[in-house]
Design a protein around this ligand. Structure first.
Ligand SMILES: [Zn+2]
Length: 326
C-alpha cells in the first residue's frame, strides 16, 4: 500500500488537474478531478445563466475524468442534444490536457423551465441524448457511442451510458458551483471523482475491454463494489471543490482500507485551437454560392462558439480582389 506517486513530477498544485489513483485491493481505477481555475476561465468567455454554468461545469469535469482514463491521441468529445430550452451542450478534452465547452439555449424557455423547478439534464427536455466521441484524426478510426439522456443529473446520465454500452462497473460524482466572493463577484468551481472496475486488465483504457464479454462476478465482488460506491458517494461537494484539500488526501480518506496508490497528476488547462487561419480555410471551403454571398458583405464576422473569439475579415482578405474594374 502506498500513497506516494511512483515518480515525483515537478510540483503541480491542487487545482486544474486529474489525479489518477488505483484502489489496489479491489482492482479499480479512479480519478479525482479539480477544475476551479479552468472552469472559471471557460465560463467567463460566455455569460450563461447559473443553471447552464452548472451543467457545463459538470460536463467539463466528466470529459476530463474519462478522457484522462483513455489511452488515445486526439479529442474526446461529450455532446448533449435535446428538445428542451438547452438544445446543445458540448465539452471536449484533448489528450494534451486541453478543455473547452459551450452551450446553446433559448433564454425565455430556460427561465420558464427554471421557474417550474427543473434542473440538471431535465433542461434538455424529455427526448435528449448524449454522445461520447473519440476523434483521433482524419485517418484514424472514430469511435462514437450514443444513448438516450436518462436520469436527473449528468452523473446519472453518464452512469446510464456505462450500463448500456460498456458493461464496466463505474461510479462517479460531479459537482460545479459558484463561490460568492466579497463585492458580488463570483468564482466558479468544479470537481469530481470516478471509480471504475478493471475488467481483467485494462478497463476503459484498453480497447480490448470493448470486445471482452462481462465476466460472471461472485457475490463477494459485488458487495465490495457496493461498499466502494458508498464510500465514493460519501465525498462531499466541498471536498471535491476545495483547493486546500489535496486530491490524494481525498482518495486516501475514502479508500485507504483497500489500499490506495496514486500516480502523477495530469495538469488540465483551457485550450481552444480556433485561429484566423482555420476560419479562413473554413470560409474558402464553403460552396461557391455562399462565397459569392459573403463577397457582397462589407465585413465577414465569425465567432467561435467554444471560446467566443471573434474573427473579422474584409471579403478581399479571404477571397482576394473580386471582379470589378481593373
Ligand atoms: Zn475558439
Amino acid at each position: 500500500m502506498s500513497s506516494d506517486a511512483p515518480s515525483r513530477a515537478p510540483a503541480v498544485d491542487n487545482d486544474n488537474l486529474a489525479l489518477p489513483f488505483r484502489v489496489e485491493g479491489q482492482n479499480a481505477n479512479g480519478r479525482v478531478v479539480r477544475l476551479n481555475g479552468v472552469v472559471g476561465e471557460i465560463l467567463s468567455a460566455h455569460d450563461y445563466p447559473e443553471a447552464v454554468n452548472i451543467l457545463l461545469g459538470e460536463a467539463l469535469v466528466l470529459v476530463a475524468m474519462l478522457g484522462t482514463m483513455l489511452k488515445f491521441d486526439g479529442r474526446f468529445i461529450l455532446q448533449l442534444h435535446g428538445g428542451g430550452p438547452i438544445n446543445t451542450l458540448m465539452a471536449d478534452y484533448t489528450s494534451g490536457g486541453g478543455l473547452r465547452g459551450f452551450a446553446q439555449f433559448d433564454s425565455a424557455g430556460l427561465h420558464e423551465n427554471l421557474r417550474a423547478g427543473k434542473t440538471g439534464i431535465a433542461l434538455l427536455g424529455d427526448k435528449g441524448h448524449m454522445a461520447f466521441t473519440v476523434d483521433q484524426g482524419a485517418d484514424m478510426e472514430r469511435y462514437q457511442g450514443i444513448v438516450p439522456l436518462e436520469g436527473e443529473t449528468l452523473a446519472q446520465a453518464a452512469l446510464g451510458y456505462f450500463e448500456r454500452s460498456e458493461q464496466i462497473g463505474t461510479c462517479l460524482k460531479l459537482v460545479a458551483a459558484p463561490l460568492l466572493l466579497s463585492g458580488g463577484e463570483c468564482d466558479w468551481r468544479a470537481g469530481g471523482i470516478v471509480l471504475q472496475q478493471l475488467a481483467a486488465e485494462g478497463g476503459l483504457a484498453d480497447a480490448a475491454a470493448f470486445s471482452t464479454p462481462p465476466e460472471a462476478k461472485s457475490a463477494a465482488d459485488d458487495d465490495d463494489w457496493n461498499r466502494l460506491s458508498i464510500l465514493l458517494h460519501s465525498a462531499q461537494p466541498d471536498e471535491l471543490l476545495d483547493p486546500e484539500l489535496a486530491p490524494q488526501d481525498l482518495a486516501f480518506r475514502l479508500f485507504h482500507e483497500d489500499g490506495v496508490r496514486v500516480f502523477d497528476k495530469r495538469p488540465l488547462h483551457f485550450e481552444c485551437p480556433c485561429s484566423g487561419d482555420r476560419v479562413r480555410n473554413m470560409l474558402t471551403g464553403l460552396p461557391v454560392e455562399d462565397q459569392q454571398e459573403l463577397q457582397r458583405e462589407e465585413k465577414i464576422e465569425v465567432r467561435c462558439e467554444f471560446c467566443n473569439a471573434l474573427y473579422q475579415f474584409s471579403p478581399e482578405e479571404i477571397f482576394g480582389k473580386t471582379d470589378g474594374h481593373r
